[in-house]
Write a protein that binds this ligand. Structure first.
Ligand code: GDP
Ligand code: MG
Length: 666
């Protein structure tokens, strides 16, 4: 087996609190990477090393670590579970070759479980499942499997059968080999291991004709062939193999690690990557270098870029090029990450995940790195638009510059954040994916510059558009000079098409004429104006402005631009009278999961908020509510739902575009 075949790049994904971090900690311990077992509950988890994570007991940044198990190298990425950090999950998934989906053995499939499962499917990442918390007496292995089958629309195949006693899980049977592991005495098999094996053989027969033949003739199928066929099935996304245990008590973790080695693909099994220009790179050291920056980790006040190599080899001192950068960059040092610690590496190849510093460290996630002379750009991850803003205000004018510099550093490292200067209020406006995202951004800023600024209340980022196409003409005169401009405001057929565009119409002077030059610079000045809206101060979207005609009277050599801009302004304002301008606000698709007995207060509350409820679904003692709502109505919902459901409810929100705001005439 080649070195690349022995690499497994995998992520751990789950609903919040399912036990991702605890499981990662146990993997570190079991593989000998750390000598003590970190505990999320005591803030000692090595993977949640950022202060904002230890305080909340949740993971926020995708952390990365390298483990050795048997003769394999496992690059493990612990991803954040909260939807506000969905972009981070998304970017992480695309560079991974496989994922472990952790389920809570008591709660089964939760709202965010489904969300990350769909993300994994979208990126064609093969998945193994780990049913966790089976040490709890109320855990129910069979019900978790049922909920997976009902909600994940995939063949769900147990790879182990747990032994369960009154104290929860006591041991395991490996279904493929029949090997039994027992940690404490007692416990009964949760299912018949022979039936479980027959199910695996039947599933494997789909992808392996020789197994089909053995199956038909009721011949024994050996473990080696069975594993290989199941691995192909997992890689094709046709099945999810399920493991079981308790991360907290370190049961079933070694068996899961064996499963990762046996069933998840190596970088060689992944398809070759292709660039936007059709370039293809196979996972070989002999191909030109191609790597993708998917994250960053703090390094004192600086950042290190975290990248996955797809092809070629990398050594310190090498020259690289980066997409959107003209000059080559030198690799000063390369590190393998172990959460907070790191280890310098002398050579890396396909499948490796590395942190790179120096000039490369400041490159934003989404950057492709390539060998000079062999350009390739991998498609950047599509990120949802940030929708929630806060105003950042320095307490003293003297702190302003420091604050601005720190904000820009933060935004560079996290493409899901945006910053702009609001000229009217003369403040910095930071926009992000949600309340938690902005809260954490605020904490990071405080860690960098101290408590020298105030954060305003979150407000929803709005947009402006028009509901009808309209025309308008305007004139502006000063002695001896005159400009007349006519504009057309057009609605575009597809909402969500993006910021307003301005273009010169066919009627504006022929090519090469002086008027055309004038129209072109008028366009760019109007474009700037539309980014702060027609009337409201919010950017104009989903419309087109055409300069229909442009007449000027003046002596040659006079700068007419200010005159034209004034005339265009009058024309725009006149057109707006007929165009029915509207404010748009972001909406979200919402899924709430709560205990059955909390359904009626939850529904009542949602109706009170004006949520458009599209479905209520009862599933045992769990109820699911789906609907859409303006984001502004959902601020603070996490706290509200917690109190309505005694902490048992969970919800997920995802952006559902923009729609006219209530009373949104402007
Ligand atoms: P994450 O949000 O998915 O990273 O979950 P954590 O690893 O932070 O765990 C969430 C909570 O569940 C913590 O209080 C853990 O101690 C607890 N937990 C994790 N794994 C287990 C388990 O196997 N059994 C039990 N009983 N609790 C667990
Ligand atoms: Mg965690």
């Amino acid at each position: 087996m080649s070195a690349v075949q022995r690499i497994r790049n995998l992520g751990i994904v789950a609903h919040i609190n399912a036990g991702k971090t605890t499981l990662s900690e146990r993997m570190l311990f079991v593989t000998g990477r750390v000598r003590f077992m970190g505990e999320v509950d005591h803030g000692t988890a090595a993977m949640d090393y950022l202060p904002e994570e230890q305080r909340r007991g949740i993971s926020i940044r995708a952390a990365c670590t390298t483990l050795r198990w048997r003769d394999c190298v496992l690059n493990l990425v612990d991803t954040p579970g909260h939807i506000d950090f969905g972009a981070e999950v998304e970017r992480t998934l695309r560079v991974l070759d496989g994922a472990v989906l952790v389920l809570d053995g008591v709660r089964g499939v939760e709202s965010q479980t489904e969300a990350v499962w769909h993300q994994a499917r979208t990126h064609r990442v093969p998945v193994l499942a780990f049913v966790n918390k089976l040490d709890r007496a109320v855990a129910d292995w069979t019900r978790v499997l049922q909920s997976m089958r009902a909600r994940m629309q995939v063949e769900v195949l147990p790879a182990v059968v747990p032994l369960l006693g009154p104290e929860g899980i006591t041991g395991l049977i490996d279904v493929v080999s029949g090997t039994r592991t027992q940690w404490i005495e007692g416990g009964e098999v949760a299912a018949d291991p022979r039936q479980a094996r027959a199910a695996l053989v039947e599933a494997a027969a789909d992808v392996d004709a020789s197994i089909l033949e053995d199956f038909v003739h009721e011949r024994e199928v050996d473990a080696l062939r069975l594993r290989a066929a199941l691995r192909a099935k997992v890689a094709a996304g046709q099945a999810v193999l399920v493991f079981a245990g308790s991360a907290l008590r370190n049961r079933g973790v070694a068996e899961l690690l064996d499963g990762i080695v046996a069933f998840l693909p190596s970088p060689l099994d992944a398809p070759a990557v292709s660039g936007l220009g059709g370039e293809v790179r196979a996972p070989s050291e002999h191909e030109p270098l191609c790597a993708f920056v998917f994250g960053s980790v703090p390094d004192g006040q600086e950042e290190l870029a975290v990248a996955r190599i797809y092809s070629g080899a990398l050594v310190p001192g090498a020259l690289l090029q980066a997409s959107a950068r003209a000059e080559p960059l030198r690799v000063l040092a390369m590190w393998r990450l172990h959460a907070e610690d790191r280890e310098a590496v002398a050579r890396a190849g396909p499948g490796d995940i590395l942190a790179l510093g120096g000039e490369i460290g400041v490159l934003p996630p989404g950057t492709t790195l390539f060998a000079p002379g062999h350009p390739i750009a991998l498609a950047p991850t599509r990120l949802p638009t940030p929708v929630l803003s806060v105003v950042l205000e320095p307490r003293h004018l003297a702190d302003r510059e420091r604050l601005e510099a720190a904000v820009r550093r933060l935004v560079r490292a996290d493409p899901a954040l945006e910053v702009r200067h609001d000229p009217e209020r003369d403040v910095l406006v930071l926009t992000g994916m949600g309340e938690l995202h902005l809260e954490v951004a605020g904490e990071r800023l405080r860690a960098a510059v101290g408590d020298c600024f105030r954060v305003g209340r979150p407000e929803v980022a709005r947009r402006e558009t028009v509901l009808r196409s309209a025309m308008g003409a305007g004139e502006w005169r000063v002695p001896e000079l005159r400009a007349r401009v006519a504009v057309g405001l057009r609605i575009v057929p597809d909402p969500g098409s993006g910021p307003a565009r301005v273009r010169p119409g066919a009627g504006v002077a022929g090519p090469g004429s002086a008027d055309l030059a004038c129209a072109v610079s008028l366009c760019s000045s109007l474009q700037g104006r539309l980014s702060i809206g027609l009337r409201s101060g919010w950017p104009a979207h989903d419309l087109e402005v055409e300069i229909v005609s442009l007449e000027v009277e003046a002596d040659p050599g006079v700068d007419l631009m200010p005159l034209c801009v004034e005339a265009a302004d009058v024309a725009l304002r006149r057109a707006l009278v007929d165009a029915d301008p509207r404010l748009l606000e972001p909406r979200v698709r919402l899924q709430v999961v709560c205990p059955h007995d909390a359904l009626s207060p939850v529904l009542g509350d949602l109706r009170g908020k004006g949520v458009d409820i599209s479905g209520v679904d009862l599933d045992g003692d769990v109820a699911r509510v789906a609907g859409t709502a303006p984001l502004a109505r959902m601020l603070g919902y996490a706290t509200r739902l917690r109190s309505l459901t005694r902490g048992l409810g969970s919800f997920r929100m995802e952006p559902a575009g923009y729609a006219p705001a209530e009373g949104g005439e402007v």
